[in-house]
Design a protein around this ligand. Structure first.
Ligand SMILES: [Zn+2]
Length: 110
C-alpha cells in the first residue's frame, strides 16, 4: 500500500546544495527578469488554483548545477518548489560557477 502523498510543512534541503540570492540567480539568467517571473509562475503545487506563483522563496544550487527554488505557493500558502535544469546548459553552468567562485572568495575571511 502506498500512503497518499502528504505535503510536508517544511522544505528539506539536501547536502551539497548552496543557497544563493535572487540577485545571483538573476545573473545566471543574464538579468532576464521575464524568464525568472515565468519560473516563479510555473511551480508545482498540489492545489488546484489556476493562478499561483512562488513567493518568499530561497534559491539553491545543487551538485548538478541545477537550481532549486523553494518557497510558498501564493494560492494556498503551503510549500512549493521549482526545479530548473540549468546544469544542462553549458552557458548557464559557466555563470553559475562564476557566481559560486565569487562566493567562495568572499567567504574566505573566516
Ligand atoms: Zn498551492
Amino acid at each position: 500500500m502506498i500512503d497518499p502523498p502528504r505535503k510536508r510543512s517544511e522544505h528539506r534541503t539536501f547536502p551539497g546544495e548552496k543557497e544563493i540570492t535572487r540577485f545571483e540567480m538573476m545573473r545566471m539568467f543574464d538579468g532576464d527578469e521575464a524568464w525568472v517571473r515565468t519560473l516563479e509562475e510555473t511551480i508545482f503545487c498540489t492545489c488546484n488554483a489556476p493562478v499561483k506563483r512562488l513567493i518568499a522563496y530561497k534559491v539553491f544550487v545543487n551538485d548538478l548545477n541545477d537550481l532549486v527554488m523553494r518557497g510558498l505557493c501564493s494560492a494556498c500558502n503551503t510549500i512549493a518548489a521549482r526545479y530548473v535544469e540549468t546544469g544542462e546548459d553549458p552557458e548557464k553552468v559557466k555563470r553559475i560557477k562564476a557566481v559560486l567562485r565569487e562566493r567562495k572568495k568572499s567567504a574566505t575571511r573566516t
